[in-house]
Design a protein around this ligand. Structure first.
Ligand SMILES: Cc1ncc(COP(=O)(O)O)c(C=O)c1O
Length: 446
């Protein structure tokens, strides 16, 4: 096919046809003004109209090393030509073992076995199944209950949805898993405009003890929390809160799962939030930044104790009846290995830690601007919360996001929250551009 014929047969960037049903999108509204990108590089997207747009969301909390990172691109290219696919059921390839070892090396001490999935949702459902399987393998099959948290987001599988705490996500799809309870959000209005972790609020963790007494702690398999609630609105944990949750879980023999799909791979200045916050869970779920978003992949990293519980019985019998066709996909492993190289070579996690105070100051510089009722931040994560207009929840958020976009900055509106999670390669002046765009927008809306 000649270049001309090829170009002619390809739809125009804004000709979106009729077939595609997008996730989490108001389809009919999208059709009227589709936001389309045709390229990306470093901190920027290239929009269909040719504009360069500063990506203040790292894609969707995943492109931590910036877009089209040359080393990652090359690794994927090379892997695709060498070994396109091999099953992980009863066979494998070297890349998957190498990547698992590399991950185990950078994971918190004692978490050293990795199960590969293809997304955060699959990682969460896998972790919940492993938690139940662990107790059963130890002769404690009565431990099946799960505890999540209000505003928690754990993906869209029925397991993740059940432990998740965002009501609107669940409303249309019940019944969900039985025997799930939720902790409340450890946040109240006394904490607004906290810089980083709120200094009060550790006692919210004591509610877990109450919940366990109501639900019989000997029947609970796992507690799952995001160390920093992400999609639910970027809520850093109060100082000492997670330490207490950890202690209560340990006291009752309950597994603690940290869902690090967002916080993993540098957001808080370490590989995992667990390390940044100094609390070691029994299981970590991850995805997103694991491959810099370049190839879909997720993982579940478990402790030696959890893994060993399964490694009993006759050696020829499968220990975990679970897995996905694309678990440990060669392209994903190649992307993941190159991603870890890039994180290390450019010291991006150390960079994130060093830039976090600048990020914090930039965001909190918006305090006092119209409609802004809270600003929360930790690491290179942040949210600007707007007061909702009466009877029009979400209207201010989408207006601000649209205005930012028109001025060349991509932010994410979640209702009236302006969510920010830029690539870790962000420069100080780009932080300023993001904040300026938000300031200008909130000053113009009513
Ligand atoms: C904490 C957390 N868990 C799970 C998920 C689901 O990940 P995925 O969309 O890759 O299934 C997300 C997605 O944003 C997340 O933030």
């Amino acid at each position: 096919m000649t270049a001309t014929a090829e170009t002619a047969s390809r739809p125009l960037a804004n000709d979106i046809g009729n077939s595609h049903w997008l996730p989490f999108t108001a389809m009919r509204q999208f059709r009227s003004n589709p936001m389309m990108f045709v390229g990306a590089e470093g901190m920027h997207y290239i929009a269909a109209d040719g504009r360069r747009v500063l990506d203040a969301m790292a894609g969707l909390w995943c492109v931590n090393a910036g877009h089209a990172q040359p080393r990652i691109v090359e690794a994927i290219r090379e892997a695709a030509a060498r070994l396109d696919f091999v099953s992980s059921f009863k066979m494998s390839h070297p890349g998957t073992f190498e990547f698992a070892d590399r991950l185990a090396n950078v994971a918190p001490e004692g978490l050293n076995h990795v199960f590969f999935t293809n997304s955060g949702s699959e990682s969460v459902d896998t972790a919940l199944k492993i938690a139940r399987g662990y107790h059963r393998a130890r002769g404690d099959a009565g431990r099946t209950k799960l505890i999540g948290r209000a505003k928690g987001y754990h993906g869209m599988g029925f397991g993740g949805l059940s432990v998740g705490g965002i009501g609107r996500h669940k409303r249309d799809f019940g019944p969900l898993l039985p025997d799930v309870a939720h902790l409340t959000l450890p946040y109240d209005r006394s904490m607004v405009f906290s810089r980083g972790q709120p200094s009060t609020g550790a006692t919210y963790a004591d509610e877990l003890e109450t919940l366990l007494q109501i639900n019989d702690p000997t029947t609970v398999a796992a507690v799952i929390v995001e160390p920093v609630i992400g999609s639910g609105g970027v809520y850093p944990p109060p100082v000492e809160y997670l330490d207490r949750v950890r202690a209560i879980c340990s006291r009752h023999g309950i597994l603690l799962v940290f869902d690090e799909v967002i916080t993993g791979f540098g957001r808080l200045g370490r590989t995992f939030a667990s390390q940044a916050l100094g609390i070691t869970p029994d299981i970590i779920t991850c995805a997103k930044g694991m491959t810099n978003g370049a190839v879909p992949m997720g993982g579940v990293i478990v402790s030696e104790t959890v893994f060993d519980a399964f490694m009993t019985g006759p050696p020829e019998v499968i220990e975990l009846f679970h897995g996905y066709t694309y678990s440990g996909h060669p392209l994903a492993c190649a992307a993941g290995l190159a991603t870890l190289d890039v994180y290390e070579e450019f010291q991006l996690f150390e960079r994130a830690a060093a830039m976090a105070p600048t990020w914090e100051s930039a965001l909190h510089g918006l305090r006092g601007e119209p409609h802004i009722v809270d600003i929360r931040n930790i690491g290179i994560l942040g949210v600007v919360e707007l007061a909702s207009r009466v009877g029009e929840a979400g209207a201010r958020g989408s207006q601000v996001a649209q205005m930012c976009y028109e001025s060349g900055i991509l932010v994410r509106a979640s209702g009236d929250l302006i969510v920010l999670s830029p690539p870790l390669i962000i420069e100080e002046d780009q932080m300023g551009q993001i904040v300026d765009a938000i300031r200008s927008a909130v000053r113009q809306i009513h």
